[in-house]
Design a protein. Structure first.
Length: 102
């Protein structure tokens, strides 16, 4: 009786691949939930042009930095987003939550 080498190797490779994908997904998910990003729309909301700063620990720190940058750009509109990531389909950033409160 021969040992089925090919199916065992395929099963091991598939398990490693699935484990790597799962680990990347969980790691990416936890990073998105913890950081804030500020968006300063230098030519208005509809222009698609903005200045982005990342890795704020809280909404308050994001808001303060956004207000400073907004004042520098003649009180340009701004927003802070939680858990933002680039979406290649829409060619822009998608965030779990967006806030603009003073």
């Amino acid at each position: 009786m021969k040992f089925p080498v090919v199916p065992v190797v395929v099963l091991i490779l598939f398990t490693c691949f699935a484990s790597a994908i799962w680990a990347i997904y969980l790691g990416d998910r936890s990073l998105r939930q913890q950081t804030w990003s500020s968006f300063i729309y230098t030519h208005g909301y509809q222009s698609g042009k903005y200045k982005k700063m990342d890795n704020f620990n809280s909404y308050e720190s994001c808001r303060d930095a956004a207000l400073d940058q907004s004042a520098f750009y003649d009180n340009a509109p701004w927003e802070c987003g939680l858990g933002c990531q680039f979406d290649s389909r829409s060619q822009g950033f998608q965030c779990a939550a967006m806030q603009n409160e003073r």
